[in-house]
Design a protein around this ligand. Sequence first.
Ligand code: ADP
Length: 747
Amino acid sequence: MRELLFYLIFAFSVITYFIGFTVLQRGSGRNRIDRLFFMSSLFSAGWSLFIGAVLIQPDTDRASLMRAIGMLHIFGQLICVTDLLVYWSDVRGRKKRWSVSFVRVGALLYPFVIQRKNVIFELTAYGMSFRFKAGIWSIVYAVFCVMAAIDMLLLIGYMMRRSIRKREKIIASMLLLCVFIVGFGCVLDTTMQMAGVAAFPISAIGQFVAQMVLYRIYQFYNKSRVTLENMSEFVYYSVDEPVFLFDEAEKLSIVNNGATVFLGMSAKECCTLRLNDIFVLDRDVFRFQGNKNRVEARCWQNNNICSISIDKIYDDYHDIIGYIVIVHDVTERVRMLERLEQEKQRADKANEAKGAFLANMSHEIRTPINAVMGMNEMILRECEDEMIVEYAENIQEASRTLLVLINDILDFSKIESGMLEVIEEAYSLKALLKALMTECSMRAEDKGLELRFEVPPDTPDTLLGDEVRVRQILLNILTNAIKYTMKGSVTMKVAYRQIKEQEIEITFQVTDTGIGIKEENIGRLFGKFDRIDEEQVHAIEGSGLGLSIVDRLVKLMHGTVTVESVFGKGSTFTVCLHQQMSGTETVGCLLDEKKHEGRGKNLPLFVAPQAKILAVDDNKVNLTVIRGLLRKTKVQVTCVENGKECLECAARERYDMILLDHMMPGMDGIETLEALKQMPDNQSKDAAVIALTANAMAGVREMYLAKGFDDYLAKPIEGTVLERLLMRYIPKEYIEKMENRNRTAVE
Ligand code: ADP
């Protein structure tokens, strides 16, 4: 009988160990509850094992030893269970400290309760049994047990009072049950002995039952915690995205609510499908390297466009047990992208149309201005009547202003639509500054202003940059300075600083003694169409675009432009640019070398009677202007009105330069140039071909050079500009400069 009883208790012990280790393994000891429950299982198992082992001991010495080890587990179990109760009841402060300390201090009784002299062992029908001898230690131990039970009951009572949720009340009731079971076992143990019935290890059996109840509580508690295991199912069913779980044989096994809604089918109907029945797939998407595969496909059922991600699911041995297929419906996104693309194409078209309109307007406006300016220049050159010359000078001034205005508007539109690019080429700073000086000195002289250029002679001359844009920036600032200065001077100071071996930071500082700008207006200077101090400047012509173009051009070149001004005293505009150096020449002395183009008002820069040029333009007035402007140079000018005639002339005769209009009916300038280049019998293949056009939008120069033209001349043509162009392209031996002539004449 006693063996049977021992084996039964031993079995309890094994079961409790097993449960304890399972909990530890599953939870990996991640949280305190797992660890506490594991410890409690160990102590409970030890309690059963060693107290049960007392039953089968033949002598009292060994029985005493087993009891001592068993008692150790009883104290351990008491501490663990109290800790668990403290944790679940969430008691805090003094109450918590008291409960926890009480059982721990109580453990100090252990050395006394295990002493042989305090215990009586006797062999009964159920095996070796023991009981406390009446005395002080038995009373102390009994009091401790009762108080420990009361402590636990208080904790449970606290938990019941505090609990709001149903699950907390259930846990509290189950814990109460545990305490009663253990308490009942202990009381029965003691009273049976008192009644003279042979001691039966009821407390050991009772604590096993209580431990099983505790395990139920632990499971119940765990189920209501936020853990990956608990939540994954919840998450799976609650996500809106369709998620399909396929088994190893690629058969759909489980679908979530998102999937049934997406397909408009019941879960049962869904599970009869394969992936090919759901999506239009042209290959087996389950065959892939790695863990994840992503495909885009259209859904058969609802025609939606989906991005599908397929993940392999593995078992512990890394064999595939299925696939998880998550579907992202990207129909809206794809449609939006398509809409955006359409919008972009529409915007591009509108932009192109705007560009074409601007080019066209540029052409249309410039053509008549060309005629006006050209004819006017001829009057200026040829007329002897002072009054008429004065009228013509007024016309010249007004048409120049009109031209600047048109240029500004067109340039600005081009910059605004992002069509302007900075083109870097080698240029001579000296030539640029001299051209600026020539261009501005007349205007300054007319207003009685002194124009000074202060350039350190060691400034590097050959720079890499966009000469046209640098010139445009400086010309704008210089003309403003002259425009807004009534008396005094305008000074351009150039300074440079070497940044790298081949790079300088060059600063152009334009200072005037003009009307100045109020401090509060300086911030508005670079705004478009913004003219400052209207009442002061209204008599001065301007569009309010110049500085805003300057600002944008400078930004395009990654430079800066700043202003300092004292109202009524003058202003200083400073432009700072980074330019690469391309050579070792320096600017030297600008002024010394300033050549006074020694010619009278009506004299051309040169004469070249042997030079032959061909002018091609569909507009007869333009041809007349060219012919008229070049009359005094004695250059032989042949005029034709279309591309075909141009080719015929080129095949017949050798020209030194061809001025070729771009926009012509039939064959346009670019087509004519291509034909010229391919013509085998071209007598003028060495002639420079100059694009002559009214399309003067910013950036067209680069376009013409890229198309194969040697240079570019914008209408309206100015006589001096045309003469300089000729000087550059016709053979040097034909050119006889006017200053030489004058000198010869003097000699
Ligand atoms: P505008 O065509 O009117 O000259 P800008 O953009 O070139 O347009 O200049 C904007 C405004 O800045 C001018 O209207 C003028 O009020 C002011 N401004 C520009 N340069 C100067 C200067 N050197 N001195 C005084 N005011 C100036």
